[in-house]
Design a protein around this ligand. Structure first.
Ligand SMILES: [Zn+2]
Length: 80
């Protein structure tokens, strides 16, 4: 089973289509059970689409930006 940190580390490779079938399966298993990573991958995907020419590679600052946005979303939900 993948850990959240492993999934985050490999998510750019996943979105770039660089993972094997087996790796994609373990990704999917994890995403099925972990809503935090589901949100992370969704946000990262959106970010990569928004920036043309990135070819699926996110640098640390951009990943940090996504993580921050996810945390802000969580805080938003707690307020309601
Ligand atoms: Zn996770």
């Amino acid at each position: 089973m993948l850990k959240c940190s492993e999934l985050v580390e490999r998510s750019d490779a996943l979105l770039a289509g660089e993972l094997s079938w087996r790796q994609r399966m373990s990704f999917r298993m994890h995403l099925f059970m972990c809503r935090h990573c589901r949100r992370y991958v969704k946000q990262l995907e959106r970010l990569l689409r928004a920036i043309p020419g990135m070819h699926g590679k996110a640098n640390e600052a951009e990943v940090e930006q996504v993580m921050r946005r996810i945390r802000e979303d969580d805080q938003e939900q707690h307020r309601h």
